[in-house]
Design a protein around this ligand. Structure first.
Ligand SMILES: Nc1ncnc2c1ncn2[C@@H]1O[C@H](COP(=O)(O)OP(=O)(O)OP(=O)(O)O)[C@@H](O)[C@H]1O
Ligand SMILES: [Mg+2]
Length: 332
């Protein structure tokens, strides 16, 4: 039996995430504990859009990316909720019983993992990596096409003769992007694709990703801890904290009218030219995802928290009748 659920349906919506919970199961002192890395995420990703998912280290971004890609492994499981991919008439669903999208990897959904080396087979030259990808998808390998594709990501064709370890960090990242986009996938999930690069290379690669997304009319999910990268790049943004999405909306609106106290803190950390005020770090430290607080996840660090925040975990609710959502007991 196929591990993939496929149902025929006519719709244009691409990705719907519904109350998704994905936990790691770890042994601590002989006891199995749950790390609630993704804990009730709901999202609708607009077709042909660029969505940024932003949050501090450890808030669950990579885990969410892995689950969206259908790459859960032995100690990470979807425990509740689902992810639906709708490609025209075809529907693919991930749930506690269906945990992989392997059948549509590369052709429909591609993933650029955090740390670009892991995406490239270290013992194969780049040409062979492309050859493997083409042949495993029944696509004829044409070196000219590969070279043209490399040119699009501004890589010289001689890299085809090189091993991944012989490339610079920027070249490796471009190679990973070239590989991920080679079969023209409809959805690309990129997890911190530029975090190890210098500022100039980072900006060039982000511009390249945006160009690819606009030309190919693909849906792009871009994961970053750096909120300052988002304007000009993402149409929509989701702010993640403690395994949950705390705010979601059009980037312009979230930047101009942030609602969640955590979003406001993140935005206040962005340096601006000429601003001499001292930037205040977000008070306190991120919560434990093994034993998160029962109410709002941000409550222990929130300067505005009230009794209700300690007791009640807020749902993500719409605040403008359109596309701006927030999960906060005190707003909405
Ligand atoms: N393989 C694993 N086994 C157990 N726990 C894990 C595993 N990978 C991640 N975690 C835990 O899950 C939580 C979320 O981790 P994740 O890597 O998703 O965060 P992140 O937001 O991507 O962080 P960063 O910005 O540092 O990449 C953390 O508490 C982390 O310790
Ligand atoms: Mg990560």
């Amino acid at each position: 039996m196929s591990e993939l659920t496929r149902v025929e349906r006519k719709t244009s919506v691409q990705i719907v995430v519904d109350n998704l919970k994905a936990y790691y199961f770890v042994e601590q002192d002989g006891v199995t504990k749950e790390v609630k890395a993704v804990d009730g995420v709901s999202l609708k990703v607009e077709e042909n859009s660029f969505l940024a998912i932003v949050g501090e280290s450890g808030c669950g971004k990579t885990t969410l990316a892995k689950v969206l890609y259908g790459a859960v492994n032995s100690n990470l499981l979807i425990v509740e909720g689902k992810v639906c991919y709708l490609f025209g008439e075809a529907r693919y669903e991930l749930s506690p019983t269906v945990n992989t999208l392997r059948e549509v990897w590369w052709e429909k959904v591609a993933y650029i993992p955090q740390g670009s080396l892991s995406a490239l087979n270290p013992v194969r030259k780049l040409k062979d990596i492309f050859l493997d990808l083409a042949t495993s998808h029944g696509v004829p390998f044409e070196e000219g096409k590969v070279k043209a594709h490399l040119e699009m990501v501004q890589l010289p064709s001689h890299v085809l003769r090189m091993y991944p370890f012989e490339l610079s960090g920027g070249m490796r990242q471009r190679s990973t992007i070239a590989l991920a986009t080679f079969l023209s996938p409809r959805v690309i999930i990129a997890d911190e694709p530029t975090s190890a690069l210098d500022v100039v290379t980072q900006r060039n690669i982000l511009r390249l990703l945006k160009d690819i997304q606009m030309k190919a009319k693909s849906t792009f999910i871009f994961i970053t801890h750096d909120i300052s990268l988002v304007p000009g790049l993402a149409d929509f943004m989701a702010i993640m904290y403690g395994g949950c999405i705390v705010e979601y909306g059009p980037t312009k609106e979230v930047f101009s009218q942030p609602l969640h106290p955590y979003t406001k803190f993140l935005l206040s950390t962005i340096p601006t030219i000429g601003d001499k005020t001292e930037k205040q770090p977000i008070p306190g430290s991120p919560i434990s995802l093994i034993d998160p607080p029962p109410g709002c996840r941000f409550c222990p660090r929130c300067p505005y928290s009230k009794k209700v925040c300690k007791e009640h975990k807020p749902d993500l609710v719409n605040v403008d009748g359109q596309k701006h959502w927030v999960a906060c007991c005190l707003c909405g």
